[in-house]
Design a protein around this ligand. Structure first.
Ligand code: NDP
Ligand code: OXD
Length: 294
């Protein structure tokens, strides 16, 4: 058993509020953490913390997020899978198979012909960028602060974003949702992507957060040719409403916000380790910066 000397309570059932030292949360109801006078740390049960920061009454305690090698590996699997699906035109060959059609008229571009732009070069973005590079894709990345990474051309700031977009065939988004990134993936951004690449148009792959994107602009960009295809794990509204045109769009892959699920046992063990270390006087790890929002 983890933390045998600590008692556990579940939100929604009666508990003694002054005894609460730690909270573990995934999308708690806003205001639910009010009146916890001895709260020391809030643990996010995900890598993202936007679900906590939307609570205007969130107590002023440090917020620790999930950083986990298994979660990182799963996210890179999802990103690499979708990069390859679009590169190798999986949907076309599935259709041809259903139609028993043996046709390969226009050949296939190779990974080295394709320029990938990764928005977000944090724990997840860096790992995905490295793995895409191993497959032969040309990889560039964008972050808030300048970075130097082996095998990845790096950009930062608004100018950097414009330069990265202009050369990008496939846009992979692994940004957090913050006041600055909300709605970034809109018609204006899609219009700045490279149009004449080897894939016949730009591809959007977003597993960051739905709030980063404008779903209607994605649909419109697919219709206008500003986007050729998309793989989306996250949506403005989740679950994705049944009447969303994204469900049935032939150039769109939808997954139900499960690109990288946190493995419960590993996350619980990591939180228990952090609490034990904190109580020995050691510093917390993976504390987010509230002012930045991630
Ligand atoms: P990190 O905090 O490690 O990295 C965030 C990256 O985004 C950093 O490189 C940061 O730049 C960059 N960034 C933030 N704001 C801006 C901005 N305004 N302009 C440019 N770059 C910016 O996060 P992770 O990599 O661990 O996770 C990223 C997100 O992935 C999570 O916040 C979550 O929303 C999502 N996620 C989705 C999952 C899913 O299943 N779909 C699972 C897990 C996470 P800098 O390095 O300069 O600070
Ligand atoms: C996370 C998520 O942030 O699963 O961990 O979205």
């Amino acid at each position: 058993m983890l933390l045998p000397s600590h008692a556990f309570a579940v939100l929604g059932q009666p508990f003694d509020r002054p005894r609460v030292g730690y909270v573990l949360s995934w999308r708690h109801p806003p205001g639910a953490l009010n009146g916890l006078p001895n709260l020391k740390v809030v643990f996010s049960l995900g890598a993202g913390v936007d679900h906590l920061l939307v609570d205007p009454a969130l107590p002023d305690a440090p917020i620790v997020r999930v950083v986990d090698s298994d979660l990182t590996a799963r996210m890179s699997e999802w990103v690499v899978m979708h990069a390859l699906i679009h590169l190798r035109q999986l949907r076309r060959y599935e259709r041809q198979q259903r139609e028993r059609l043996w046709a390969d008229d226009d050949g296939q571009p190779k990974a080295a012909d394709v320029q990938v732009g990764v928005l977000g070069l944090g724990v997840l973005g860096r790992d995905a960028a490295a793995k895409l590079g191993t497959l032969g894709f040309r990889v560039a990345g964008w972050s808030a602060t300048p970075k130097t990474l082996d095998g990845v051309d790096t950009f930062s700031g608004a100018d950097g974003l414009a330069r990265l977009l202009a050369q990008t065939d496939m846009l992979v988004v692994l940004l957090p949702l913050t006041a600055e990134t909300k709605g970034l993936l809109d018609a204006g951004l899609f219009a700045r992507l490279k149009r004449d690449g080897p894939l016949g148009g730009p591809i959007l792959i977003n597993a960051g957060r739905g709030g980063l994107q404008v779903d209607a602009d994605i649909v419109a960009a697919l219709a206008s040719g500003a986007l050729k295809g998309a793989s989306l794990d996250v949506f403005e509204r989740e679950p994705l409403p049944v009447d969303s045109p994204l469900w049935r769009h032939p150039a769109v892959y939808v997954s139900p916000h499960n690109a990288a699920i946190s493995e419960a046992g590993a996350i619980a063990a990591a939180i228990a380790r952090q609490i034990e270390a904190f109580e020995r006087g050691e510093p917390l790890e993976n504390v987010i910066d509230r002012a930045r929002g991630y």
